[in-house]
Ligand binder design. Structure first.
Ligand code: UGA
Length: 439
């Protein structure tokens, strides 16, 4: 059992902290945001993440997990300190690591004995050296530390599962001492044969960007193929599935949609392009994936326009506001582009997301937010399904048609049966599955 501090209680910090405590370690999660810590100490979880509440409460009750705003105490009581604060995109496309640097300064000022300092936040290659430099500059004792890069591969919406059953753990460190401690932190996974890959710090930092950029590339690729499917009468799902059955390709992350969003892919692809540019290495494929993605979001608006004609004076129902289902995170979501374009063209919006109504309000306070899908589609001229929640998948199409003013639907996630839509007299479109490909 080891004593561990996690600085930053965003979804990465909170999932990692509660996950590591579930492995049997003593974990203190620290954050300078008093409101968040107050909520957590009351047993409330500030974000929506399936399974997280149960994981947190179980470990708090077992006295292995606690929350504090006292960073000094958290650092001094621990032998491993994880940095898990945000690295948002700055104006020039690069990741802003000012929060990481601020934590590094606090760690330096409070370093009381030999520790592993480990970054989980997604940080530009070379950050390890910067963080180590800041800690050294701010140290007032002779205490030593070893720096480790341990990137996370958690998907919002399935972060708990991804943490507890990962495909691999990456430990970027050249110190044997630090590697052995990190292996022990992840011991339950290690003894279950989860691959633990030991690399240099720089390699670990790059693995994270290269992974996210590659997944983005796959999505943009299939989204482009979906546009071609529409023109030639092919079914993108059959194309993706059959391509994916080739072990070299894999069917994962080949699901067409309205374009990727969230706090990671858009930010990390831009950061990689920008980092590589600084080294005079063009990232042409990633640049293309970004462009395709921007266009894919616009393409959804064009598709809806093709179904309805002029948006002015129409009432449109939007089902799904977050960047995907099972999260309340609306950052870079395709719904932001859709709603923005519709409002600009003079449409009225009725919107519903099972978890993200509140977060979307921050961007568009002027639209009507509904408590159910039924309320959102009532008296609308058209509906756009933007995320893949099961409750949208299983909508009763007869009821949907009855509630709407005119039965027009854009299914940007391909979750509705085209046969059923046709049978019920809907005018509809989706992504990459034209009528010609219906059997
Ligand atoms: C992503 C990665 O999947 C994680 O491995 C990584 O740790 C995380 O970023 C991060 O860097 O923190 P996340 O952004 O939470 O996770 O969600 P994803 O499930 O990857 O989805 C990203 C976007 O791609 C969503 O908008 C989703 O709808 C879209 N997507 C995903 C598709 O359009 N098609 C697919 O086949 C898969």
């Amino acid at each position: 059992m080891r004593n561990i501090a996690i600085i930053g209680t965003g979804y990465v910090g909170l999932v990692s902290g509660s996950g590591i405590s579930d492995f049997g370690h003593n974990v203190i999660c620290a954050d300078i945001n008093e409101d968040k810590i107050k909520l957590l100490n009351k047993g409330q979880i500030p974000i929506y993440e399936p399974g997280l509440e149960e994981l947190v409460l179980r470990n708090v009750q077992a006295n292995r997990l606690s929350f504090t705003t006292n960073l000094k105490e958290a650092i001094q009581k621990s032998e491993v300190v994880f940095i898990a604060v945000g690295t948002p995109q700055s104006e020039n496309g690069e990741a802003d690591i000012s929060a990481v640097n601020a934590v590094a300064k606090t760690i330096g000022e409070n370093l009381n004995n030999k520790k592993v300092i480990c970054t989980k936040s997604t940080v530009p290659i070379g950050t390890g050296e910067i963080v180590s430099g800041i800690i050294n500059e701010n140290k007032s004792t002779e205490a030593e530390f070893e720096y480790v890069s341990n990137p996370e591969f958690l998907r919002e919406g399935s972060a708990v599962k991804d943490f507890l059953w990962p495909d691999r753990i990456v430990i970027g460190s050249e110190s044997e001492w630090a590697f052995e401690i990190m292996k022990d932190v992840y011991r339950p996974l290690y003894i279950n044969d989860t691959p633990i890959v030991n690399t240099t710090v720089e390699t670990a930092e790059l693995i994270k960007y290269a992974s996210n950029a590659f997944l983005s590339l796959k999505i943009s690729y299939i989204n482009e193929i979906s546009a071609l499917c529409e023109k030639v009468g092919a079914d993108v799902h059959v194309v993706a599935k059959t391509m994916g059955s080739d072990g070299r390709i894999s069917p994962k992350f080949l699901h067409p949609g309205p374009g990727f969003g969230g706090s990671c892919f858009p930010k990390d692809t831009s950061a990689l392009v920008s980092m590589a540019q600084n080294k005079n290495v063009p990232m042409r494929t990633i640049q293309a994936a970004i462009e395709t993605n921007v266009h894919q979001k616009k393409r959804m608006v064009i598709k809806l326009h093709a179904l309805t004609g002029d948006f002015s004076g129409l009432t449109i129902g939007i089902l799904g506001l977050a960047f995907k289902s099972k999260t309340d995170d609306v950052r870079e979501s395709a719904s932001l582009e859709m709603v923005g374009s519709l409002l600009k063209a003079g449409a009225q919006i009725k919107a519903y997301d099972p978890e993200a109504n509140t977060s979307f309000t921050e961007f568009f306070p002027e639209i009507t937010y509904c408590k159910t899908w039924e309320e959102a589609v009532k008296n609308t001229d058209a509906v756009a399904v933007m995320t893949e929640w099961n409750e949208f998948r299983t909508m009763d199409l007869k009821k949907l048609k009855y509630l709407m003013k005119s039965p027009i639907i854009l299914d940007t996630r391909n979750i509705l049966s085209r046969k059923e839509l046709q049978k019920n007299g809907f005018s509809f479109d989706n992504v990459g599955r034209p009528m010609a490909s219906m059997q």
